[in-house]
Design a binder for this molecule. Structure first.
Ligand code: ADP
Ligand code: MG
Length: 243
């Protein structure tokens, strides 16, 4: 019998956007092929416009207009959660309701929402509306909304941009804590090099232009190393040649 957990297999032979309004047809991704081991935390990084969000949308199944194949390696439907670059909360729903709305009516996971809100530090904001809370808190809601699904695969597109450093760092630590509670395979997009080193077990770097993978490197830091600024900088220098 095949093992229960196969790697996630990603193959994007070609992805282009059609010509519109004077813009020529645009080849964005080409010759992308990699496997992701269950439980790994893979960061996809590269310059703005190189195709990171396009790749994540294809993996999530939101964009089916490409040549290639995505195989999650699980029987039946994989449980996938997606955290977008903006929190995408419904303004007319409370924090609690924004988390609950991803679950079908009567789903047993609804019972976990109060504990999850407590974990992400939002117990007192459960009845607040998104416009009443800070961007950092809105991003916490987006995390809760992803984790309430108990995802096997978590896709995240620059989920901590536009936050000040301490707030972003607190959210990274929260993410790592949430992931450690159950087996989760993470694909995390960021253009922030220090953030990639702090979080990733493996970094895939996309090249500029019609993007293929320029670098595929393991990050051999322990959990303790990742909170040391000096160790993160040294690793960032080794991988990216800067820092
Ligand atoms: P990244 O997330 O790495 O910043 P994107 O994946 O958003 O990059 O975009 C990659 C390229 O594809 C960019 O040049 C962008 O302008 C283009 N692009 C993205 N979405 C569309 C679209 N819907 N139609 C046409 N071009 C697009
Ligand atoms: Mg993007």
């Amino acid at each position: 019998m095949a093992p229960l957990t196969q790697p996630l297999s990603i193959r994007i032979d070609k992805k282009s956007f059609p010509a519109v309004g004077g813009r020529e047809q645009h080849l964005v991704l080409k010759g992308i092929a990699f496997d992701v081991e269950p439980g790994s935390f893979v960061v996809i990084t590269g310059p703005s416009g190189c195709g990171k969000s396009t790749m994540l949308n294809i993996i999530a199944g939101l964009d089916e207009d490409y040549e290639g194949a995505i195989d999650f390696g699980v029987d039946g439907n994989p449980r996938v959660a997606y955290v977008f670059q903006t929190p995408r909360l419904l303004p007319w729903r409370t924090v609690y309701e924004n988390v609950a709305l991803v679950l079908p009516d009567g789903d047993s996971r609804i019972a976990n929402i109060p504990e999850l809100l407590q974990r992400v530090g939002l117990s007192s904001e459960a009845a607040a509306y998104p416009e009443m809370i800070s961007l950092g808190m809105q991003r916490r809601v987006a995390l809760a909304r992803a984790f309430v699904l108990e995802p096997e695969f978590l896709l995240m597109d620059e989920p901590f941009v536009s936050l000040d450093d301490p707030t972003a760092q607190a959210l990274r630590e929260l993410l790592v804590a949430l992931c450690s509670r159950r087996p989760t395979t993470v694909l995390f997009v960021t253009h922030d090099r220090a953030e990639s080193v702090m979080l990733a077990t493996r970094i895939l770097r996309l090249s500029e232009g019609s993007a293929s993978i320029a670098q595929d490197v393991a990050v051999p830091l322990s959990v303790a190393d990742r909170s040391s600024r000096a160790k993160v900088l040294a690793e960032q220098h080794r991988i990216f040649g800067d820092g």
